[in-house]
Design a protein around this ligand. Structure first.
Ligand SMILES: C[S@@+](CC[C@H](N)C(=O)[O-])C[C@H]1O[C@@H](n2cnc3c(N)ncnc32)[C@H](O)[C@@H]1O
Length: 234
């Protein structure tokens, strides 16, 4: 999908995004983000960039682990999603180490080799050029730093997959579009984009092509999502 349509889609559902994530994932989404932080091997002194941060849920999960010497930046090109993230920051004055800014993941406004962890949660699937997005994340990661991707994937077990696909392609879009009062089928876009997205092995290969090493992944919740981690060596 084109970048402007993606922006419009997320600005239309921004107010409902967190509530529907929790509802439609049966509150698994928070746990997936916690597991992503754990897989990143993040330290209190680290500098973290969370791209496609949306309402900032993954950035905020990192900020709990980062001390005064480190910081977290969440970036996204959809202003309305960032507004919700900023409201969360205002409610938590302890989150002084975290900031949000407007930026396109395909042209990040940071110098090469800056961040210890560059993460993305449920966002890289929406970036119009997957490889260019991962290359840009890799560019701003410091040598020795990690690029971490949390994304939906296709469950491996055929029986579970058919049950899950019924929920994912029929029930979820119906509830999502109804609650968010979305007439453009924003929640139908979710399963369509996941079906087109590379499977775990293919995504690993793309990360390697982008210069990352030691790329490994773990599936979570019967393979509904996967966390990929790669290292930038130089
Ligand atoms: C499904 S949301 C994910 C939000 C959040 N990371 C989470 O864990 O829930 C996808 C986000 O990616 C953003 N996005 C898509 N393409 C982008 C791009 N090229 N640059 C910046 N943000 C982008 C959208 O605006 C949206 O906020």
């Amino acid at each position: 999908m084109q970048a402007q349509r993606i922006k419009d889609l997320f600005s239309a559902i921004a107010r409902y995004y967190d509530f529907l994530n929790a509802l439609l994932s049966l509150k698994r989404d928070k746990m997936w983000r916690q597991e992503t932080v754990k897989a990143s091997d993040v330290k209190p002194t680290h500098k973290v960039l969370d791209v496609c941060t949306g309402t900032g849920e993954l950035a905020l999960a990192y900020s709990n682990k980062i001390g005064a010497e480190g910081f977290v930046i969440g970036s996204d090109f959809c202003f309305e999603m960032l507004v919700i993230g900023n409201q969360k920051l205002e409610r938590h004055t302890s989150r002084r180490n975290t900031n949000f800014l407007t930026a396109d993941t395909l042209i990040l406004p940071f110098l090469d080799n800056t961040f210890d962890v560059v993460s993305v949660g449920f966002g890289i699937r929406n970036v119009s050029d997957l490889e260019m997005g991962i290359r840009e994340m890799t560019r701003v990661a410091a040598p020795g730093g990690r690029v971490v991707i949390l994304e939906f994937t296709q469950p491996v077990n055929p029986l579970f997959r058919s049950l899950y696909y019924f929920y994912f392609t029929k029930v979820l879009p119906f509830i999502g579009n109804l609650i968010s009062r979305n007439k453009d089928d924003a929640y139908g876009y979710l399963p369509r984009s996941v079906m087109k997205f590379p499977n775990c092995d293919a995504l690993k290969k793309v990360m390697e092509q982008c210069g990352l090493t030691d790329v490994h992944f773990q599936r979570k919740t019967l393979g509904i999502v996967a966390i990929h981690v790669g290292k930038k060596t130089k």
